[in-house]
Design a protein. Structure first.
Lengths: 397, 445
């Protein structure tokens, strides 16, 4: 694809801030998104195995509902976190994203309803299993398969978006235009690598789960020990599978000797050691986040290089600076988001650690964070209406 | 090279790709409005329960919360990005315009989404696990965050209709684009609808509680009746105000079906007024099947035609009155350095300037005329009209039936001169008009 065409496909209004910022935010938010994609896949997959053991095994009896619940909440979170990279990619790589979406228009439509069907069935699985231990095997498996299929579709959109030299041939093979939107492209090794990461992620999750509950007297030592060991086994096995898939992927595209892929390999080795030792799984999780950021960076590097070779650089995108709305975002993100989410997570942590009813009104951190969150939200509303009325009066009077 | 930033065309036969967006959009509106309304109602109930020490309200809130979670957040959170996805496939440049104007507004909304999604789980699952005062604070913050999401999206969807003032075109500023004259009436119209919807859905739960606790069920149904009535009144009040803030082209479209729309709205208002009065005066008469049926009535009788009307009233534009539905930039926006693409299209033709037209169709010949005409018709018309003889979505057949080639060309010429305010002023070179007319004639409408 010609550079001039790629340039013409950019939005004529330009970007409202420096492209590198969108690029950074894309890498960060995609890493967060994929973390929950992998956790949901891992927890769901493991819970289906658990339904076979749940009736007879006292450990799985307790653990499996928690795994199902983790899968359920993770799907919600992955969806909401997925909105952000979707947003940022459209700002700087709009030619890629819009071409991929129009070429795969039917699949785009199907993707949404696949996700809805898969998630509704997951709730069905959740309620069936809640009602009768070990129930919901079939519906859980079908739900899992549907959600994996949704993931494959998402993978296809991403792959199509980085094949600019093939777009014309996908749209009009032999000069015959195809408006049907049935384009699908799958890169098997890349897909296997991404999906395989669900295994180490659920492994590290189980180590965290075990560590978190180890302070609760109502969970037996045997339970804590079993879940930690299962986490270690899954973590090590999964990481080895992922590492092999990663090396194959890198070999395939010629990036194995790249500093970023070497950093990822080092990260995986460090993770393997930390999972094996399981000294402090919370720190392991921190390293996992770093590796996820590196993988996200790797994806971006591949895309950036493909586009640069064609003469498209995101850094050349015309900038029309838009100050008020970025100030709104930064303040909302850092102040409201920071304080508000800190409040929710602090509360969740303390409720989880506590037996019986947790009295947040007597907890200084929870009370203060709650009061600050409410005050910030009220202030946010006042600023919003004040800002809107000022603009409106200036423009109509 | 004279090319414009048009993307490959995705076309869904018989219905058109915009129709797919409409379905997802309507479903999303039901869920998103339910979720914000329910968050406000939840806060109201939590306040009453805490202030009046009514512990019997908590089980209701728990049930309501589970319903809220499943019904609105799960489906709302998928169909929200779903609109975005289908809009991207159907109208890439329209969505691109919104993204590039409002990316930070959307990013801000995302912060609220994250808070809401974590919050909804905390709110419902911790109801029995934290003290009531902390829980009350949670419900307040959750309601504020939900209203925050509305406050942020409303300026964007209002801009889709029009920026509201001329300021945006000169400055290119997101603030001028966001706060147009229809933003606030539109916002309160939707808040009214959310309040009403929360009451209507609340009745599904309250009526289902009859067996467990008849008195509480009656009390709550009655309350929901009042809530819905209040919401309905706000909807009607702000709808009138909102209509007064719309541009001329919107009124031109509205006038075509005005009588029918007003008649339908009066019937709906009558039905729901009676329903809410029954809930207030005879709450025991409200059953779960009836309450569920009323949600379906809102979806099919209120939302679907309402959203179709709103989409029609935007015509011929898809965003900010500078991008046509057929993905052509139709005016200059000096504040953003955007130039109208109409002159270059009139001069060179769509086939020449669209980078995704294959080489064999770039120049029209006798051999490829029908094929080129087919592609041109799809590129120019299919975002708003289905092209097939049996098409369902504003079919071209209904507009051009019985016309010969010259009559069709005459219609196209008139359109190129801006004869119809709700159609794009799309002037094309003679050979492209000819190819389109030849293709349409070949369809034998």
């Amino acid at each position: 694809m010609d550079a001039s065409v790629l340039m013409a496909l950019r939005d004529p209004g330009g970007v409202p801030f420096y492209p590198v910022v969108f690029q950074g935010l894309y890498i960060l938010t995609w890493a967060l998104h994929i973390a929950f994609v992998l956790l949901s896949l891992g927890a769901m997959g493991l819970s289906i195995y658990g339904t076979f053991k749940q009736k007879s095994d006292p450990i799985w009896k307790v653990m499996n509902p928690h795994l199902i619940q983790t899968g359920k909440i993770s799907i919600s979170i992955l969806i909401v976190l997925g909105v952000a990279p979707l947003l940022f990619t459209q700002v700087i790589y709009d030619p890629n994203w819009y071409v991929a979406n129009t070429l795969s228009g039917m699949w785009v439509f199907i993707f949404i309803y696949t996700l809805i069907l898969g998630y509704i069935m997951y709730y069905w699985y959740y309620y069936a299993n809640k009602k009768h231990e070990g129930s919901g095997k079939l519906v859980g498996t079908v739900s899992f398969a549907i959600l994996v299929f949704a993931g494959i579709l998402m993978h296809s959109f991403a792959v199509t978006s980085i094949m600019p030299n093939d777009w014309m041939n996908m749209y009009a093979p032999n000069g015959v235009v195809d408006n049907s939107g049935w384009t699908m492209n799958v890169k098997v090794v890349r897909l296997i690598f991404m999906v395989s990461l669900a295994i180490p992620v659920v492994g590290i999750f189980l180590q965290n789960y075990s560590r978190f509950l180890s302070t609760r007297p109502d969970f037996s030592e045997e339970f804590i020990d079993y879940t930690a060991k299962l986490g270690t086994k899954l973590g090590i096995f999964g990481l080895i599978v992922s590492a092999i898939a990663f090396v194959l992927w890198m070999l395939q595209i010629g990036y194995l000797i790249n500093p970023l892929s070497i950093a990822i390999v080092i990260g995986v080795v460090v993770l393997l050691y930390m999972i094996y030792k399981n000294n402090n799984s919370y720190i392991t999780t921190g390293v996992l986040v770093v590796v996820a950021l590196l993988i996200s960076g790797m994806r971006e590097l591949i895309r950036f290089d493909i586009m640069s070779k064609l003469g498209y650089s995101i850094y050349d995108y015309p900038v029309n600076l838009e100050i008020p709305s970025i100030v709104m975002f930064l303040l909302t993100f850092l102040v409201l988001g920071g304080v508000g989410v800190a409040w929710l997570l602090t509360m969740a942590w303390k409720v989880g650690k506590n037996q019986g009813i947790f009295d947040g009104s007597k907890d200084v951190a929870v009370t203060k964070l709650g009061n600050y969150t409410l005050a910030i939200m009220v202030l946010w509303m006042i600023v919003y209406f004040g800002w809107g009325m000022t603009i409106l009066f200036m423009n109509i009077l | 090279m004279d090319i414009i930033g048009q993307f490959p065309l995705f076309y869904f036969p018989e219905y058109g790709s915009a129709w797919m967006m409409g379905i997802t959009g309507t479903i999303h509106i039901l869920f998103s409005h339910t979720s914000v309304g329910a968050a406000m109602l939840f806060a109201f109930l939590a306040y009453k329960a805490y202030k009046e020490d009514r512990s019997n309200l908590y089980p209701y809130m728990k049930k309501y919360g589970m319903f809220l979670l499943i019904f609105s957040y799960v489906l709302g959170s998928i169909t929200g990005p779903g609109i975005w996805y289908t809009a991207t496939a159907a109208s890439p440049r329209g969505i691109s315009a919104l993204i590039h104007n409002f990316v930070w507004v959307w990013a801000t909304e995302w912060v609220f989404f994250v808070y809401e999604v974590i919050g909804v789980f905390v709110l419902v699952y911790f109801m029995d696990k934290i003290d009531k005062k902390t829980h009350l604070k949670l419900t307040f913050s959750f309601a504020l965050a939900s209203v925050g999401t509305l406050a942020l999206i409303i300026g964007i969807i209002s801009f889709m209709m029009w920026p509201g003032t001329e300021a945006y075109y000169a400055t290119g500023s997101a603030s001028d684009a966001f706060f147009g004259i229809n933003t606030f009436p539109h916002m309160f119209l939707r808040i009214g609808f959310m309040i009403m919807l929360s009451g209507v859905i609340g009745m599904v739960i309250s009526s289902a509680m009859k067996k467990e606790n008849l008195e509480l069920s009656k009390e709550l149904t009655k309350k929901m009746g009042y809530v819905s009535m209040l919401g309905g009144f706000v909807v009607i009040f702000f709808f009138m105000w909102y209509m007064g803030t719309l541009p001329d082209n919107a009124h031109a479209v509205f006038n075509v079906t005005k009588d029918e729309v007003i008649k339908d709205r009066i019937i709906l208002t009558g039905i729901f007024s009676v329903y809410f009065l029954v809930a207030i005066l005879r709450p025991q008469f409200i059953s779960t099947p009836l309450a569920s049926l009323m949600i379906v009535v809102i979806l099919l009788g209120g939302l679907w035609p309402g959203e179709k009307l709103r989409e029609s009233m935007r015509k011929p534009y898809v965003a900010g009155q500078y991008i046509y539905s057929n993905q052509i930039v139709s005016r200059d926006v000096p504040g953003k350095g955007i130039k109208s693409e109409l002159p270059i299209i009139a001069q060179k033709g769509l086939l020449q300037v669209n980078p995704f037209v294959p080489e064999n169709l770039k120049v029209i010949t006798e051999e490829n005329k029908l094929e080129a005409g087919k592609l041109l018709t799809r590129m120019s018309c299919s975002n708003c009209h289905s092209l097939e003889k049996t098409g369902k979505y504003r079919p071209l057949k209904d507009r051009l039936q019985g016309m010969d080639k010259d009559a069709i060309k005459a219609t196209l010429y008139a359109m190129g001169e801006g004869a119809f305010p709700y159609m794009p002023t799309l002037k094309l070179p003679e050979e492209e008009y000819d190819a389109i007319a030849a293709y349409i004639v070949s369809l034998k409408y």
